[in-house]
Design a protein. Structure first.
Length: 616
């Protein structure tokens, strides 16, 4: 990563580098300080919020204990009132068999329950029930049944099985209320027994409004967006307060969260949202108070600090960028002027001078540049112009030499003399030699159409056939669509020459050379194959490896084969001209001859007219 950044920085100009440097020098410490401050602040807020929540939950449970202790004491009062015990014992029997009670008994029980419920807004009703179901209550007689069969309410079984201890019933809707308002109540119940005989005389039920729990929370400075859940020892829900607009999370808590150890504090995920989970358990009542505070609420202040830090950093970046632009411009202005002057000098304007800025390094560069341009101007006038004059003199001397066309004309005259002497073979050889000379004396690196290169090869073959006679046989298979494709000059004749001297020359019966050219879609394939002695497979692999070697100027000029135009030099010329689009490969086997293939991938359509235009 560091190397990549360093590599990219090499392509930037000095002004941009200074701008980036000034910006990074400010941003790095600022960002580091912001990150450290933000993390420290967030950790501190999380820790204090967690401790605050733990204290609040502990206080809630303490307040609930005081409230329930009061209700427990209230449920024990009938045990110390002989009148209540006497009235309950009068209406003994099987539950649901009671019919009526005397008005005097109703009045006494009414006064008793009303006195205990006086000025207790959190109590919905205090009820005393005999074994037969006679119902005494402080609630208006029109709002409750006078006789109640407890067997129709499943929750009452807990009171019957309590054995005289007080029990806490989760929210329920008792059936003894004649008007069903849909409200649920939490009840404290107890079995009333005769103190002397421990015989069951009846039951007491104290219905508590859920507002009692809400009042406890309202008296504490508790986070409004937190969820508070109160459960009993059996993990039954007694009370839940949700943050505004949110649904109950108790169901998700039961399904996805394992029971946590009492007093545990941790972070859990419910419904895709993270919460701070704090739980406190009461040894007295068995209640557990659970607080679920959304992490996003806890970190609200942290986010605000992060937002402020980002905006402040953006402002600093803007100011620093403006200052960096001004400073970098003033620092690099002399260098920019020096760069422009150097470009003009490169274009041949040696009279360019720059203004010297002060005595600092830039001033020294300016003075050095002016001296350098003066020296270059002097050397140009003394050396370069003198060299041009020398070249002109050499050119004049060359122009006075024998014109190459004199040689062509001389060869034509020899050919005519051979024809007059009825020596057709000499005439053919001289004509072929003239064509070879005319073709090779031109620039070697010129591109020519394939048919011109084939014509040159035919002239060379004609000369060799005069030497070898019928021992040398050459067959051509040139596709018509390949004739006009341009290729480098003098790449086929060396291949044919190698086939003649290394493949056929030593064979008594001679041999055959096949020259083929085929265009296959966007690729030109030229093959020179012979049926000579060939090479062994390791030798062919070594030769192909050498042909795939990276070309070099020295290798192209001083190849070990004839005239620098051998097989290796041809491969290097192909690679230098075409790059990855050109390749020379050798194939064959010992005793079966060799095949040299030149593969060239063509660009564009490669039409005939385009090829002629390229080589003209």
């Amino acid at each position: 990563m560091v190397r990549r950044l360093l590599g990219l920085s090499k392509d930037l100009n000095l002004r941009t580098k200074l701008l980036l440097l000034f910006t990074l020098l400010i941003l790095f410490p600022l960002s580091l300080q912001g990150i450290v401050t933000y993390r420290h602040f967030s950790a501190t807020v999380d820790e204090k919020t967690e401790q605050f929540t733990v204290d609040i939950v502990r206080q809630i449970n303490a307040n609930l204990d005081r409230l329930l202790k009061d209700f427990e004491r209230l449920s024990m009062m009938p045990l110390y009132d002989q009148v209540v015990l006497t009235i309950l014992s009068k209406y003994d029997g099987e539950m649901g068999t009671g019919a009526w009670a005397s008005s005097d008994d109703y009045m006494k029980m009414k006064l008793y329950t009303s006195a205990n419920a006086y000025d207790r807004a959190e109590i919905r009703g205090i009820h005393l029930i005999s074994n037969s179901g006679i119902f005494f209550s402080n609630v208006d007689s029109m709002a409750v049944d006078s006789v109640w069969d407890s067997r129709q309410d499943e929750w009452f079984a807990e009171v019957e099985q309590s054995g005289g201890a007080w029990v806490l019933i989760p929210p329920h809707s008792p059936s003894y209320y004649t008007v069903n308002t849909g409200d649920a109540y939490i009840s404290v119940g107890r079995t009333i027994r005769d103190p002397d005989t421990l015989r069951t005389l009846g039951y007491i039920l104290i219905d508590i409004k859920l507002d009692a729990f809400r009042n406890i929370l309202s008296n504490l400075n508790f986070e409004q967006d937190a969820n508070v859940i109160v459960t009993d020892s059996r993990r039954r829900l007694l009370f839940e307060r949700n943050s505004a607009g949110e649904q109950s999370v108790y169901g998700d808590l039961l399904q996805h969260a394992e029971p946590q150890p009492y007093g545990s504090n941790q972070k859990i995920v419910l419904g895709g949202q993270s919460y701070l989970y704090v739980q406190h358990h009461s040894n007295y009542s068995g209640l557990s108070v659970i607080s679920l505070t959304p992490i996003k609420v806890i970190r609200k202040e942290s986010r605000e600090l992060g937002t402020f830090t980002l905006w402040f950093a953006a402002l600093c970046v803007a100011v620093v960028t403006l200052l960096a632009v001004i400073v970098s411009y003033r620092l690099t202005r002399p260098l920019i002027e020096l760069k422009k002057s150097m470009i003009r000098v490169e274009q041949g304007n040696f009279d360019r001078r720059i203004a010297v800025y002060g005595r600092d390094e830039f001033g020294q560069l300016g003075r050095g540049f002016n001296k350098m341009t003066e020296e270059i101007d002097r050397l140009f006038n003394e050396v370069f112009i003198l060299g041009i004059r020398e070249k002109e003199a050499e050119l004049s001397a060359l122009q006075s030499q024998i014109n190459p066309h004199f040689i062509y004309n001389t060869l034509e005259s020899i050919s005519m003399m051979a024809i007059r002497g009825n020596n057709a073979e000499v005439s053919d050889m001289v004509s072929a030699l003239g064509k070879l000379l005319r073709y090779t004396i031109d620039k070697v690196d010129r591109l020519v159409p394939l048919f011109e290169e084939i014509r040159f090869v035919q002239s060379y073959v004609r000369i060799q056939q005069l030497r070898y006679g019928e021992r040398l046989r050459v067959e051509y298979d040139i596709a018509e669509e390949a004739n006009l494709i341009v290729i480098p000059k003098l790449i086929l004749q060396p291949l044919v020459e190698n086939a003649v001297y290394h493949g056929i020359d030593e064979a008594e019966q001679g041999g055959t050379i096949w020259i083929s050219a085929l265009r296959f879609e966007d690729e030109l394939l030229i093959t020179v194959r012979d049926d000579g002695k060939g090479l062994a497979e390791p030798e062919i692999e070594a030769l192909n490896e050498r042909l795939r070697a990276t070309p070099s100027y020295q290798g192209l000029q001083s190849g070990g084969e004839r005239g620098g135009l051998g097989l290796s030099n041809i491969a290097q010329r192909i690679m230098l001209i075409y790059g990855d689009r050109g390749e020379v490969t050798v194939d064959g086997s010992l005793g079966q001859g060799l095949a040299v293939t030149i593969a060239i991938k063509l660009e564009g359509t490669g039409g005939g007219q385009a090829c002629i235009k390229c080589c003209s």
